[in-house]
Ligand binder design. Structure first.
Ligand code: AMP
Ligand code: MG
Length: 279
């Protein structure tokens, strides 16, 4: 999936090697189906079929497609799973016109979580804790975890703190971040973000990062991308209408006067924010 996978353990966690193997097996399975870089993946074949008919889709990844197309409907295509060709024209490597890159990692994290629950690795009555992380898509499989919201401006100032705030994740909770610093290409000397407005195909400007807390990693992932495109104003209205109570924050791309814009449900979850929190 072109990103880094990590597992964190604390305390009595059982056989860490077995957990690692179980999770790696899930990622391989999901990646073989949803890769936008592999023209033989199920995703690429679905794209070539030029249809929205999900009967082409296998059962184990169906929820991912359904969620992507639902987000597209609900957001008026701000979230758009059909940006593969546009991304390719901008210089990003994609072979498939359908691109689930905005949601597939979260889906894979949930699949790993389900596997760890089913096999019993996630149950740690002895106080052990286990955190799944796939490229900034985190889910606690056991225990409480302090996670950092990356400070998007950390690279620009030498002494800048690496985290804009801390969020404590409880058992089963998921958090995802979409950032403009993660992946980009240079075009005519200008940095082009990998997140596009799905209504226009234009790279989104003005937002440095969006973080979403949700009950599943797939929803957190899909929503973080959607809210990155919508921005705080339309994004808050979108959440109130379709996902009331979901906690989200935006960090505008304004290093000279940085702030965090947070939903009411996100505000009590933020520990030690380094920027003023607004709404
Ligand atoms: P994320 O890091 O989860 O926000 O996902 C970003 C990735 O989703 C990009 O690298 C693209 O592959 C894809 N993408 C970009 N813009 C959109 C959009 N508006 N809707 C859906 N997927 C997108
Ligand atoms: Mg996403």
């Amino acid at each position: 999936m072109g990103t880094v996978a990590a597992l964190s353990f604390r305390g009595e966690t059982g056989d860490r090697y077995e957990v690692r193997e179980a999770v790696a097996g899930v990622y391989d399975r999901v990646n073989a189906k949803l890769s936008a870089w592999d023209e033989d993946s199920e995703l690429s074949r679905f794209a070539r079929a030029k249809t929205n008919d999900l009967s082409f889709v296998s059962d184990d990844v169906r929820p991912c497609y359904e969620c992507a197309f639902r987000l597209a409907r609900e957001s008026g295509n701000a979230f758009n799973p059909r940006l593969g060709a546009t991304l390719r024209d901008l210089g990003f490597t994609r072979v498939s016109d359908v691109d689930l890159g905005a949601i597939a990692k979260g889906f894979a994290v949930d699949a790993a979580y389900d596997e760890l629950v089913a096999t019993g690795y996630a149950r740690r009555p002895d106080g052990g804790a286990l955190l799944i992380d796939l490229g900034g898509n985190l889910r606690s499989a056991a225990g409480e975890w302090r996670t950092g919201v990356r400070n998007p401006f950390a690279a620009t100032g030498e002494s800048a703190p690496p985290h804009a705030a801390i969020i404590v994740l409880t058992n089963g909770e998921a958090v995802a971040t979409s950032g403009n610093y993660e992946r980009f290409v240079e075009k005519d000397g200008i940095r082009v973000s990998h997140i596009l407005d799905g209504r226009t195909g234009q790279p989104v400007q003005g937002i440095a990062g969006v973080t979403v807390l949700a009950e599943s990693a797939m929803m957190a992932d899909g929503l973080s991308t959607t809210l990155f495109v919508l921005g705080p104003k339309a994004g808050m209205e979108f959440l109130a209408k379709h996902y009331p109570g979901t906690a989200a924050l935006w960090i505008p791309d304004n290093p000279d006067d940085p702030c965090i814009i947070a939903t009411p449900s996100m505000r009590p979850r933020l520990l030690s924010p380094i920027f003023p929190v607004r709404h």
